[in-house]
Design a protein around this ligand. Structure first.
Ligand SMILES: [Mg+2]
Length: 162
């Protein structure tokens, strides 16, 4: 659990033997309702790239939406990833010849990003959503997330954002 993707340093990733980041798009890399990125995103991508860490977008959104959002960054992506299923992650691992143990999935939703990573044995980092609002289909997931979240907090009272 880390506040946002931009505060995850390349050193931290390498210390944890990670050389490839699979990342969700909406509210993780860019706000769900925005078409462009930011200087923060540009700088973060440049810093991880400098250390040879791959970044691949794995999103449930459409090819068109992802392409528009990442056009300026030349990021490879897997659209319609069908999270919480692990289809998109497994597709990325096969296509880009990744090793599961050196890969992490980063996303802002427990019920899709984290569950999909767990179900195929890839580590994950949960981040806070970039903006407070969500697309309509995400608000449904957030309802379930709240229930799971309350159970998690009961079970692990020390849970906190880093
Ligand atoms: Mg998201």
């Amino acid at each position: 659990m880390i506040e946002n993707i931009y505060s995850i340093s390349p050193e931290f990733l390498l210390d944890n033997n990670i050389n490839c980041v699979l990342t969700d798009l909406d509210n993780t890399l860019v706000p769900w309702n925005s078409k462009a990125g930011s200087d923060e995103l540009r700088n973060w991508l440049a810093s991880v790239k400098k250390y040879g860490i791959k970044v691949i977008v794995v999103s449930n959104n459409s090819h068109k939406r992802i392409q528009e959002a990442v056009r300026d960054y030349e990021l490879p992506f897997v659209p319609r990833a069908m999270k919480p299923l692990s289809i998109g992650i497994r597709h990325a691992i096969k296509t880009f010849h990744l090793s599961k143990k050196n890969t992490v999935m980063i996303g802002d939703q427990l019920m899709t990003d984290v569950v999909s990573a767990n179900s195929c044995g890839v580590r994950s980092i949960l981040v806070k959503p970039l903006v407070r609002t969500d697309a309509w289909n995400t608000t449904i997931n957030r309802g379930f997330e709240k229930i799971v979240w309350n159970m998690l907090i009961k079970k692990y009272p020390d849970l906190h954002w880093k």
